[in-house]
Every structure is written in structure tokens, then in C-alpha cells.
Design a binder for this molecule. Structure first.
Ligand SMILES: Nc1ncnc2c1ncn2[C@@H]1O[C@H](COP(=O)(O)OP(=O)(O)OP(=O)(O)O)[C@@H](O)[C@H]1O
Ligand SMILES: [Mg+2]
Length: 405
């Protein structure tokens, strides 16, 4: 076998000094433009950290505004302080997405002896309560991406009830979310519990994103590889779209990869502009993974019809495929039923279509008179083949999780 495919593994990159620094999972040592937010969170947690029963906190901000990074930064700092009386646990609800899983995560971290024995929820709850009461400690539970917890009202109720069951010490909740409509779905009681304190992370503007990128580029790229104009362009693209630092970083690292693949020795505005197209697509596919189930199924239906559907092509629009809203609804209902799921009513369907358009995943047009009367036409904003693949992967994962529960 030729060693050719592997040789590039060992070839030193002319572009990257440390790729890891440009990855979205990297938490930088200092977070720019977030002093106020960090300060506010610490202030809100102050009573809990001193071992008193504190107020719960809710942190909202659009995607890529630094919520997770700031929280992890704060947790790391708190853990190094000797005077702190609280235990603070970070829980990614994307992974631990139910009351049982959240409680189980708490047990696994602090009382691992009980984690393996297949205890039920009541037993786990009692173990947690006893452990808190032992020395009257305060447990701060950070629930990141809290909106994906399936039985959130139950979870909030259980964690809060702990405070009445516990004689000394307590539990403080920090919820984090980027879903603005999340509030509407909550039971009023959970709402008032979670929103005792509220904090908003604003999107970054173009100058802020430039500074964030510059800092990362200095550590991630080799010296002199990228200049300010390329950085500014990446920042401007991300700022215009969303103020999302993750998108900005993605564009930058993708631009670096493009230069690397073409054996160039610099990253210029050209690579940044090419990279921005890839980065936006990639983010769209990630976004689909986070959609609620029925919205995912609607995108799935649209993808399938777009792949099949030459009969829906509208002559005046060249090769673009437009779908009739009614056809999409029928396909969606069919798919739901084949998965033994009750399809939502057409009223919900129309609401979902509006949501999906707001998220930039589809475009819709009102047809003029003549095409089946007055109807909505729908077009997927990204490749239907890739959308279909992405959804099939997550649906598969979810059904495995169901079985494993
Ligand atoms: N102020 C900042 N300084 C430096 N890097 C930042 C800053 N804010 C965000 N980043 C970087 O941007 C990326 C995304 O940030 P983060 O994951 O914290 O966003 P988020 O608000 O949690 O987004 P989401 O709602 O999608 O979870 C990370 O790689 C992070 O390092
Ligand atoms: Mg986050």
C-alpha cells in the first residue's frame, strides 16, 4: 500500500501553530468583553458560595455569545478558591436531558458508589438530600442548554422541593439557554422559580469579534500568516449574520484549512470568504440536530420531497425546487405515522414553518393566484441530501437512547 494518504499527517503545517485554540470547545484563559456578565453571575452566586441559600439565576443569550465559556471559566475559578462553601456542578443538558439523568449525573460526580447500582429516582434523590444535609452544604447546579430537558417542570420542581426537604444547606439552580421562546413552554411555577435573577448576554459586534479572533489567531496560527483585513472580514461576516463568536471562529479555522490544503503560506480575505460559505452550512446542520422532534420531521419531509420532487419545480425559477406547503404537511404526517408518532395539527405545522424560516433553514413564498389558489411555497435553504443524512443520524441516535433508558 502506498504511504501517500498518510504523508500529509506528518507534513508540518505552514499555517497552524495550534489548531486546538481555534476550535469552539477551547475555553480561552481570558474572555474579552464579558467582565460585566462574569461579575453579575458571581454576584448572583455570592450567597450560595458563602453557604447560604441563594437565588436561582437564568442566563439567556443567542448562540455563540459566550454563555458556556463564561460559566466554565467561573466554575474553574471558584473551584480554586479555598473559602467557598458550595459545590458547583456543570451539567450539559444535551447529554443529560431528563430529571433522572440530571440527578444521576449529580450522584455520579459526588457519590459514585451509588451511581452504578441501578437505583430509582426516589433513592437517588434521597442520597443527594442526605449528602447535602451532612454538613449543610449548598449545591449549585448549572444546567446548560436547559431547554432540551424533556421533563423540565418535574426537574425544577424536584430540585426546588429539595430546599423544603433539607434542614440545612440547599440547592441553587443556574439555567442557561439560547432559545427565546423557551419561557412560553414553562409551567408558571417553574418560570418564577428559574427567573429569580435574570441575565442577558448580548451578541458581539464586529469590533468585538475582531478582537476575539485576533487573540485566538495569534495563538492558533503561525506568526505573520494572517493579516488584519482577513480577520476583520471574518468578524464582519459573523457580526452581520448573528454576532456569534463560534461562527466567527469557525470561519477563521476553516479559512486556515483551505490555505493548508492548497499549500498556501497565508490566510487572506479570499480564503475567509470561501470559508464563510462552508461554516454557515455546517452550522445549519448542527442547528437541525437541536430542533424539537416535529420540526426535525418537517425538515426531513422537505428534504425527501426536494430530492424526489421534479414535479414541484416551478418553471420560472430555473432549477430551484419549490414545494407546496400542503404536500409537505402530508409527507410530514406520513413520516410521523410511520414512526408511530402522532402528527401535529396543521395549525401547529404553520407555526413550525414560521419558526423554521426564522432560523434560516427554509425560505417560503406566497404563490400568486393560479397555482392551486393561494398557497405557500417552501424551499430548503441547504442541500437536501445532507439535511436528510444529518437527520437520519440524529433520529437513529435518539431511538437508541430511548431503548437504552
Ligand atoms: N468573550 C469571548 N472571548 C473569547 N472567546 C469567546 C468569547 N465568547 C465566546 N468565545 C468563543 O466562542 C465560542 C462559542 O462560545 P460559547 O460556547 O461560550 O457560546 P454560547 O453562548 O454558550 O453558545 P450556545 O448558546 O450555542 O451554547 C467558543 O469557542 C468561545 O471560546
Ligand atoms: Mg453554550
Amino acid at each position: 500500500m502506498s504511504t501517500e494518504p498518510f504523508s500529509s499527517l506528518f507534513k508540518e503545517s505552514k499555517i497552524f501553530q495550534n489548531r486546538e485554540v481555534l476550535s469552539p470547545h477551547f475555553v480561552p484563559a481570558s474572555l474579552l468583553f464579558r467582565d460585566k456578565q462574569i461579575d453579575d453571575i458571581v454576584k448572583s452566586l455570592n450567597p450560595s458560595l458563602r453557604g447560604e441559600r441563594g437565588r436561582n439565576l437564568f442566563v439567556y443569550g443567542k448562540t455563540g455569545t459566550g454563555k458556556t465559556s463564561c460559566m466554565k471559566y467561573i466554575i474553574d475559578k471558584i473551584r480554586t478558591l479555598p473559602v467557598v462553601k458550595a459545590k458547583i456542578i456543570y451539567i450539559n443538558c444535551r447529554i443529560h436531558n431528563s430529571r433522572y439523568r440530571v440527578l444521576h449525573k449529580i450522584i455520579s460526580d459526588y457519590l459514585p458508589l451509588y451511581a452504578k447500582k441501578g437505583y430509582g429516582i426516589v433513592d437517588i434523590y434521597e442520597k443527594v438530600i442526605n449528602w447535602i444535609e451532612e454538613d449543610g452544604k449548598v449545591l449549585v447546579v448549572v444546567l446548560d442548554e436547559i431547554d432540551v430537558v424533556k421533563d423540565l417542570d418535574d426537574l425544577v420542581y424536584t430540585l426546588t422541593r429539595a430546599n423544603t426537604d433539607i434542614k440545612s444547606g440547599g440547592i441553587t439552580i443556574v439555567g442557561i439557554s439560547n432559545k427565546i421562546s423557551f419561557k412560553d413552554a414553562l409551567d408558571p411555577r417553574s418560570l418564577s422559580t428559574l427567573y429569580e435573577n435574570e441575565l442577558v448576554f448580548p451578541p458581539y459586534n464586529s469590533n468585538e469579534l475582531s478582537a476575539i479572533l485576533k487573540d485566538r489567531a495569534e495563538k492558533g496560527f503561525k506568526k505573520g500568516v494572517i493579516d488584519q483585513s482577513a480577520i476583520n472580514l471574518a468578524a464582519a461576516i459573523a457580526a452581520k449574520d448573528s454576532g456569534d463568536a463560534r461562527l466567527a471562529l469557525k470561519i477563521l479555522s476553516k479559512a486556515g484549512e483551505i490555505s493548508d490544503e492548497h499549500s498556501l503560506d497565508a490566510v487572506t480575505t479570499k480564503e475567509v470568504s470561501d470559508a464563510s460559505k462552508y461554516a454557515e452550512e455546517e452550522i445549519a446542520y448542527e442547528l437541525v440536530n437541536t430542533l424539537p422532534e416535529h420540526q426535525k420531521l418537517i425538515i426531513y419531509a422537505i428534504s425527501m420531497l426536494s430530492i424526489q420532487g421534479s414535479r414541484y419545480k416551478r418553471l420560472s425559477e430555473g432549477t430551484d425546487t419549490y414545494l407546496f406547503s400542503g404536500d409537505v404537511y402530508n409527507k410530514y404526517s406520513q413520516i410521523s405515522e410511520s414512526l408511530q408518532k402522532e402528527p401535529k395539527s396543521s395549525r401547529w405545522y404553520r407555526k413550525y414553518i414560521t419558526d423554521l424560516e426564522m432560523q434560516g433553514l427554509i425560505n417560503t413564498y406566497e404563490s400568486g393566484k393560479g397555482i392551486r389558489g393561494h398557497t405557500k411555497l417552501i424551499k430548503l435553504a441547504y442541500s437536501p441530501e445532507k439535511m436528510k443524512d444529518t437527520i437520519e443520524k440524529t433520529l437513529l441516535r435518539e431511538s437508541e437512547a430511548e431503548v437504552g433508558k
